[in-house]
Ligand binder design. Sequence first.
Ligand code: ASP
Length: 325
Amino acid sequence: MSKIIRKKICILNTGGTILARSDKNDDQNGCENGDENGYEAGGLEFLDVFGSILEQFKPDTKKSKKDHFVFADFSLDIITPFSIGSQDMDNAHLLHLGKEAIKASKKYDFIIITHGSDTLEESAFFLSLLKEIKIGVILTASMYPPNDKNYDGTANLEFALKSALKSDIKSVRVAMNGELLEPKKLIKFKSWGKDAFCQSLAFDIGILDFKPFSLPKALPKVAVIYADGQFYPSLYNLKSLKGVVLAGMGSGTLPKNAIKFFSKLKIPVVRSSRVAMSKITSKEVNDKKYGFINANHLSPAKAKVLLMLALSKKSKDIAKYFENF
Ligand code: ASP
């Protein structure tokens, strides 16, 4: 008798609106002008929200047990490393997520991650750069909480699961609103609505299999500084930092006094833009002259992830990593 080969899938839950707890059962939450009632991102258990989806796939009740499900052609393990609002996704959580994903990539064929939507871009990008992750990873989120009539978590999770079942990808994707999006291009361009995410049109190059980093033990202190026409140098004492990312204007422009201030720093200074889809050019700011690193098409948040990883590798040529983006 031939042995059944089941795809081994693992779901890592990290919290977010997709698993948000709310005390009120509210039909009004979905209004596009903003939610009237509060909720706590994370807080619910995966099975409280998605138990019925798993029923649909008809688990083998004899072989399944708590947090481990066996279906005709796949098995599923549910793991919750932590449950937070992704606005609290600090470096320690990012490293924890990386560690869990690497552990799972040694044991499973595919990983699905439920995550808050606010820092989905950074986490997906971070994981996509780690060479230890050799299997497919799909992150998903929701824009409305489970008690909202517009809840999009069920559709997104189902889409992520079906994509994981039929896909052979060995890299990271984000499943939102029926689309599989590339971490490098991913942008959250609206703070509401199921279609809050899209891919940046700034990139002319396709998918890059660029995984130059091993998961570091710690991430260095890097800050993002948002620029506008009025810059106050006296506000910034950056002595404890190992690097800075500037969210400049337009194509990465900065006021003259900011250029002067940042060009004197002895740490890497990466120039990106606060514009959602950006291409940084040297037409108005001469990177060579001021010693800045051009973030190319990366958003400030993703430029920060790349800079932290490059610094942790103690690379002498940090700019070379940015050339790929
Ligand atoms: N603040 C929430 C989070 O990122 C928002 C969401 O998940 O949509 O965790």
